[in-house]
Each structure stands twice: as C-alpha cells, then as structure tokens.
Design a protein around this ligand. Sequence first.
Ligand code: INI
Length: 157
Amino acid sequence: MTKVIEGLISAKGLKAAVAVSRFNGFITERLLEGATDAFLRHGGDEADLTVVRVPGSFELPLAVQALAKTGQYQAIVALGAIIRGQTPHFDFVAAEATKGVAQAGLAAGLPVSFGVLTCDTVEQAVDRAGVKAGNKGFDAMVAAMEMASVVRLLAGA
Ligand code: INI
C-alpha cells in the first residue's frame, strides 16, 4: 500500500506572518487582503497573524529571514508586485526577491510562500490581485498553510 502524505489547508491554531512590500501598494494591499481573507476563512485567529511592511520586494528576503528567526511563526508569506519598466531594474529586483525569499525559507526550514507578482504590465498585476485571475495573495496563504501541515506531518507531529 502506497503511503501518501498530504497536508490539510487549515489555519486553526496556526501562527503566520506576512511580509508585504509598500512599492506598488495599490496592488500589494489587495494581495494582503487576499492573504488575510484566506487565513481567516480557514479558521485562523486575527491575533495570530502578523503583518510586516517593507519598502520594496528587494527587501522581502531580509524581512522573511528576521521573521523566521523569531521562532514564533509556522508559516510566512511574502507579498510584492514587480512590474516591468523601461530599465533592467525589474530583472534585478525579481531575481533577488525570488532567490532571497526561497533561501530564507529553506535556511529556516519553514514554509515560506512566494506571493510576489512579476508582471509586464499594470493590467496583468491588477488581474492577479483580485480581478480576472484570482488573488495571488490568497493563493500564497493557502500554499503556506498546506506546507505548514506537510512539515508538521513529516516531522511526525
Ligand atoms: N520594488 C517592487 O516591489 N516592485 C517594483 O516593480 C520595483 N521597481 O520596479 O523598481 C521595486 N523597486 C524597489 C526595490 O524593491 C527596493 O525597494 C529599492 O531598490 C531599495 O532597495
């Protein structure tokens, strides 16, 4: 018989943190609403959710690392919106945010999900922040909850 380990998507008793970029705040605040909605709708307690605001997506990795170091959270979500402009800045910020957030999660052994939009246009970002293509903040929180459960199951807890 195959042994299958699958996490539950629940925020009951879960302590979670969200690091959110203020850059492109008109998008990232919608992502934050989505992430908060996912947490509360899955049984999370408002008092168990911490939000940290940082200047831009480039700063997300350090915030995630610092949150992980506190030892207080079982799941962390990074939210940002990187929108392509006329310069290569987009590529540098996107690369550092992606790599840095992933590394911070792996180093801490914590579920860290990546709710950072990397879009060519503002319209694409709007669509992914609660208009046509769902809300990627909501999706990122769901992924973090599932992974917190998977990590708990694998640890035998
Ligand atoms: N930060 C973003 O989150 N999104 C962007 O689209 C963006 N662009 O395009 O410049 C951006 N830049 C700021 C960057 O994240 C840092 O905050 C800044 O470089 C200071 O370190």
